[in-house]
Design a protein around this ligand. Structure first.
Ligand code: ADP
Length: 694
């Protein structure tokens, strides 16, 4: 039997039953109406009987179909029975509509048509043959009474002629029906075959279309997934985000199976898991470290080549509990209720970067080719993502390294510049000190010489005066008096005293200057020692006599009673010198200049403030004034080293130097140093070594 006939047989059988029911009802009504109006003298009861016969047979079949599920063979037999019933009903109908005279015998074509809807060629032709038999049989049966005349009274009498004509009519009608039925059967069979074939083609087309649709859907899904991962790859360098997105999306695409990725991105870090079920903690327990470590550490290469899968890159274990590979994690898998595992090692080049694993829980599930393709393409992207992440990590590490080295270089550079500036300033101060010491030495000898001779001069003058008074006799008195008047002796003696006093004062002042010069240069005091800050400040003021002194910049000093400070006095004098000369330069253009110096004790510290009412420091420059080589003074006047040297000297004494300044109002520097300077010896040694290296 043609297998296509079996397709949807119950529904087609039902359609035929409905058709017959409708046909019988319509025929009954139509027959009754036509019979009534056209006076066809068809017995209505016969009409009803035929329709009831057909309707009841079909209704019973409908009930059977409704309540019993019949096999195709039984259904075929049921349909054959119904076709037989149709033939019977038509035969009956033809009989009641005057048999041989009825033109309704063409209704025999209807069962043939119906049979072609359900049965194959054999059924159709069997129906045609049955119709071809039923109709002549009916006619013969109806005219059986005149059958004898056909053979015995041939050509004699009216009855014989009638019989002869009847039988000719029977033969011709039967022949017509028979030939029409057979041609109709062939036609219906052909048509139904054609319809069936086009149905088959349509079905095949439909199946192909469905397959195509599924494939397109799967491809769309795949592309969407790979797109979302590539977008994540493009838009973020956060590898966690990329891997989480990949796992979640892949899980959605493979029927919500749990998808994890196990990798170690950095050798120093432990193995990490990215899990699609991370937000679904109620449904899944967390992956045990034993499973993740095993998945990552196990060498899957051997298994991959001997995989059960059509895809050579996968390990799909439909039953992880029989594979020996899973021996070591069998208990964990059993506890977690894992039924199937898909494992896909992720490689970049020849190195394994991680392992992608997808778990089915409770019962094993099949993997489709398109799902495996999807996993494969995601695996490729994951490999790139992990590689990217590792490259970025390496890059940022070397970047950090470079930044660190750069910072070190900057610090070293700064240190070198500081040392250089210190050296320059030290050299400047040392040469100034040497010069001052030289001048002092040169002045000292002659002044000592003058000063040492002064008492003798005085003594000699006194002796001379005595001698002159002894030589004062009566005879020469007039000449002597005359001479005395002439040289203005009284004045001379008084003036000689004045001269001697002036000389004494002058030499005393030269000696004082020399003492100041020596005190400033402190060539004899290069070590840490106790000294008076006030003395240092005052000797500096005297050295800066071109700025400070009578008719010059007035200095308002407010010294408190400070104890001696353990310090490098020479170095501190450099500080006072820089601060006082900056103050003097700042007030140079001020109408009523004033420099105020104050000292103050503050516990274990002493504070010295040097303030001026000069120009003040611009806001933008305030952060830079301690930087070496920063100066606002014209070339030749400022080196920009003074304050940076001051800063380092004070810092090395363990103190601080700060300032307050307001444009147009002046500047105040406040130096705070401990009573006992804690010099950083290690720092000293380091600087000395750096100097030696330079
Ligand atoms: P220099 O005096 O050679 O320029 P310094 O390091 O001593 O170098 O000073 C740096 C800068 O700080 C000066 O050029 C000046 O602009 C500013 N400065 C320092 N002291 C004062 C002050 N008392 N009043 C105004 N500006 C000052």
């Amino acid at each position: 039997m043609d297998p296509v006939l079996d397709v949807d047989l119950p529904s087609r059988s039902r359609q035929l039953i409905y058709f017959r029911l409708a046909f019988s009802v319509v025929s009954l009504l139509f027959g009754l109406v036509v019979n009534h109006y056209l006076q066809l003298d068809i017995s209505p009861s016969a009409l009803v009987a035929v329709c009831v016969l057909v309707a009841s047979g079909n209704l019973i079949s409908l009930v059977i179909l409704r309540f019993f599920s019949l096999g195709n063979k039984t259904l075929q037999w049921l349909n054959a029975l119904l076709v037989f019933l149709d033939l019977c009903a038509i035969t009956e109908f033809v009989h009641f509509t005057r048999g041989i005279e009825s033109d309704l015998f063409f209704l025999y074509l209807l069962p043939i048509l119906l049979a072609s809807h359900i049965h194959g060629r054999m059924g159709v032709f069997a129906t045609a043959i049955a119709a071809s038999i039923a109709y002549p049989a009916l006619l013969i049966f109806e005219n059986w009474s005149i059958f004898g005349y056909l053979f015995h009274n041939q050509g004699e009498g009216l009855t014989a002629a009638y019989a002869h004509r009847t039988y000719l009519q029977i033969a011709s009608r039967s022949a017509i029906l028979c030939s029409v039925a057979l041609v109709w059967a062939a036609f219906c069979d052909r048509m139904s075959r054609m319809v069936r074939q086009s149905l088959i083609k349509l079905g095949e087309q439909l199946q192909a279309n469905t397959r195509l649709l599924e494939e397109v859907k799967a491809r769309g899904q795949r592309e969407q997934l790979t797109n979302s991962i590539s977008i994540a790859l493009r838009t973020t360098l956060d590898v966690d985000q990329i891997l989480n997105t990949a796992c979640t999306r892949l899980s959605e695409a493979v029927s919500q199976r749990r998808c994890i990725f196990v990798a170690r991105l950095d050798r120093s870090e432990p193995i990490k898991i990215w899990d699609s079920a991370v937000e679904d903690a109620n449904r899944y327990s967390s992956i045990s470290p034993a499973i993740s470590e095993y998945l990552f550490d196990h060498d899957w290469r051997r298994e991959v080549t001997a995989t059960e899968s059509q895809f050579k890159k996968f390990i799909i274990s439909d039953d992880p509990f029989v594979r020996s590979d899973f021996d070591s994690i069998r208990k964990e898998l059993l506890d977690a209720n894992v039924a199937t595992i898909l494992i896909r090692p992720i490689r970049y080049g020849s190195a394994v970067r991680g392992v992608l694993a997808i778990f089915c829980y409770n019962k094993p599930e099949m993997w489709t080719g398109s799902e495996l393709e999807l996993v494969d393409s995601v695996a490729g992207q994951l490999a790139v993502a992990v590689e990217h992440a590792q490259l970025v990590e390496q890059l940022s590490m070397s970047n950090r390294d470079l930044v660190y080295k750069n910072e070190n270089l900057d610090a070293k550079n700064m240190e070198l510049r500081q040392i250089q500036s210190q050296l320059i300033h030290q050299e400047k101060m040392a040469s100034l000190g040497r010069m001052v010491a030289g001048i002092a030495h040169e002045l000292n000898n002659p002044v000592n010489f003058v000063h040492g001779n002064l008492p003798y001069l005085k003594e000699y003058c006194e002796q001379l005066t005595g001698l002159i008074s002894i030589a004062d006799d009566e005879q020469k008195r007039a000449t002597f008096e005359e001479q005395k008047k002439k040289i203005n002796y009284e004045f001379l003696v008084t003036d000689l005293d004045h001269i001697l006093a002036d000389i004494t004062e002058g030499t005393e002042r030269v000696r004082q200057i020399i003492r100041n010069l020596r005190s400033f240069s402190r060539l004899d005091e290069a070590e840490l020692k106790e000294a008076s800050l006030q003395e240092g400040i005052e000797s500096t003021l005297k050295i800066l006599s071109q700025y400070y002194g009578r008719d010059k910049i007035p200095v308002q000093a407010d010294y408190c009673d400070l104890p001696p400070v353990l310090c490098y006095p020479g170095k501190l004098n450099q500080v006072w010198m820089n601060l006082l000369s900056n103050a003097a330069q700042a007030v140079s253009a001020v109408e009523a200049p004033l420099v105020t110096i104050a000292t103050q004790a503050d516990g274990d510290f002493v504070m010295v403030s040097i303030a001026d009412n000069g120009t003040g420091i611009q806001d933008a420059d305030q952060s830079k004034i301690f930087e070496p080589f920063f100066t606002t003074k014209p070339v030749g006047q400022g080196t920009g080293l003074g304050l940076s040297i001051c800063h380092s000297i004070i810092e090395r004494h363990g103190g601080t130097i700060q300032f307050e300044s307001k444009i147009g109002h002046g500047t105040k520097f406040i130096v705070r140093i401990p009573l006992k300077a804690s010099i950083d010896l290690a720092e000293e040694a380091r600087i000395e070594q750096a100097v030696a290296e330079t």
